[in-house]
Ligand binder design. Sequence first.
Ligand SMILES: [Zn+2]
Length: 316
Amino acid sequence: MNPYVPTIEIGPCDIGAYRVGNGIIDYVTTFDSGKPGPHVMINALTHGNEVCGAHALCFLLENNLRPLRGRLTLSFANVAAYQRFDPAAPFDSRFVDEDFNRVWDEAVLDGASNSVELARAREIRPLLDTVDLLLDIHSTSLPNAPMLLAGTTDQGLDLARAVGYPTQVVIDAGHASGRRMRDYRRFGDPRSPQASLLVECGQHFEKAAVAVAIETALRFLRHCDIAGPSIMGMIPSDGPPAQIVTRITEAITIRSENFVFERDFEGFDNIARADTLFARDGELEYRTPYDDCVMVMPAHDILPGLTAVRLGRIIE
Ligand SMILES: [Zn+2]
């Protein structure tokens, strides 16, 4: 299923100390400053094998991060999948029954179906309903430049610009196969003041992804203006490079096992000329629809029904 076998520079960390949290939802801790301010949430382990988020939350917890105003929630989401991590099959612990990041449609959450992931989402949902600003930490199967997924709302893009890191920002509508946590209810509503970001920190098991996750979390908290100066002093003093914003125009879905890219893409490759052949799926040819077409998150495993790559235009 997964011919690409990555080097595992970093695996799961021990999060057992954070199981009890506030005693309401396992592995979810909310700190309340007792003062007015936003409810800010940083979520890790939406996908069980995306370990960088767990390391980032452990960093924040070990450094005794507390909000000076508002509330701060630190959440380890799909712990059941995380606990199944096997270095011999490191992609298999993405989820237990189904993708936790495709169940956030209200009709699905209210529906009759059940799974490990739906049960966990239903547990976290009442808390998420009170969150004003959400950062959801992820990583990618293939090495990719880190990126913020801003969704399609203005407030998502505004939040991405305000955080200012990492450099690549992608405007995308998510997946036809189910709603993401970052698009849940008010986060996907352009009329709502609530906003969310999803960060992809790099390849799942590279150490650099942990540093990206920590820096994104710190810059996110600085923008939210709820944390004290001690932890804010940990942000690298060098300003990050100016952001590049790419709007996804279409996603290419794999139709058959014969899907093949014309060459290896690393992510954010720019194909200069329109009408350049970049993939085939049996008889079907895929060509770039415009000049300077950006290849976003090319897939490493070719499975019919999954997204092969997203095509995007740089808008700034
Ligand atoms: Zn993910």
